[in-house]
Design a protein around this ligand. Structure first.
Ligand SMILES: [Zn+2]
Length: 284
């Protein structure tokens, strides 16, 4: 297992340097820079695209290839204030599918950040039995995305997700609903759309956003290990904030990005540029 993980990880990266500065209809200033890394899951290419402009004072990650409102809002922010945004592209679907011989496997990329979650994520979305080596490949992709994005180098992780009207909302975390056990605290501003919220792992973030009357959920310390980045961040003591907004709510998405950015200017987080490398070494 150790050996296969190392071999698979070491052959994933093909780096191409492009000078694109637009994506999804949003344009960054001409002096911005875009780098693309391609990770191969067997025959399936996963593009990890890193956009940079100005000072890297904030870094955003967009995992799901069907959720681009957050990325557009991040571009708007970066074009003014500078920063990084990283997105995954793998075919404009939610789950990543790849084949092994003749069988098809699938997983949600927000389950690829822990060993346990990588296995469970594959098992949940794939019909065939999960063979040895496949969870390690998925886990490796998660590690490489974090490394390529330098995502904890500022001492905090910020992700961008979008959801649809109805179904999931901040009320999913309230008493009697299906995500109740994953949250330690919830604040709801009845004047906001319940699909627009910030999900955090740090009590200081929760208290700050609540004081600003922003919908906010504090992840439970007992949240199950599903391989999500919020659980990985909690396990590794990296403060985490997910800005989760309904598709198309671009202005609200931007407002919440600014709120989180302002929050990070007031609440100190420990910048530790080598911490992720140390964490990832444990998986080699
Ligand atoms: Zn998402």
């Amino acid at each position: 297992m150790l050996l296969s993980s190392k071999i698979l990880c070491s052959c994933l990266l093909l780096l191409s340097l492009l000078n694109l500065n637009s994506a999804h209809g949003q344009i960054l200033p001409p002096s911005s820079r875009t780098d693309t890394a391609i990770f191969m899951l067997n025959e399936k290419p996963i593009q990890v695209i890193r956009y940079r402009y100005g000072d890297p004072n904030i870094r955003f990650l967009s995992l799901h290839d069907t959720e681009k409102t957050g990325l557009k809002a991040a571009f708007r922010y970066i074009g003014i204030y500078g920063g990084y945004a990283v997105e995954l592209q793998y075919g404009r679907v939610r789950n990543i599918a790849f084949s092994d011989s003749l069988e098809l496997f699938s997983f949600d990329p927000n389950n690829m950040f822990t060993d346990e979650g990588a296995y469970l994520g594959l098992a949940r979305h794939s019909a065939p039995q999960i063979r040895n080596g496949l969870p390690e490949m998925v886990r490796c992709l998660g590690s490489e995305v974090l490394r390529f994005g330098g995502l904890d180098s500022l001492g905090v992780m910020i992700t961008l997700h979008n959801n649809y009207n109805g179904g999931f909302s901040i009320y999913s975390y309230t008493e009697g609903n299906y995500l109740q056990s994953t949250a330690d605290d919830v604040f709801i501003n009845a004047g906001m759309d319940p699909d627009d919220l910030v999900f955090v792992t740090d009590r200081r973030f929760f208290d700050y956003l609540k004081a600003k009357k922003i919908n906010v959920v504090l992840q439970s310390m007992m949240a199950p290990d599903d391989g999500s980045l919020s659980v990985f961040a909690m396990q590794n003591n990296i403060p985490y904030a997910n800005i989760e907004v309904q598709h198309g709510h671009l202005d609200e998405n931007y407002r919440l990005i600014v709120a989180v950015s302002d929050m990070l200017k007031e609440i100190p987080v420990q910048s530790h540029s080598t911490s992720l490398d140390q964490v990832l070494l444990h998986h080699k």
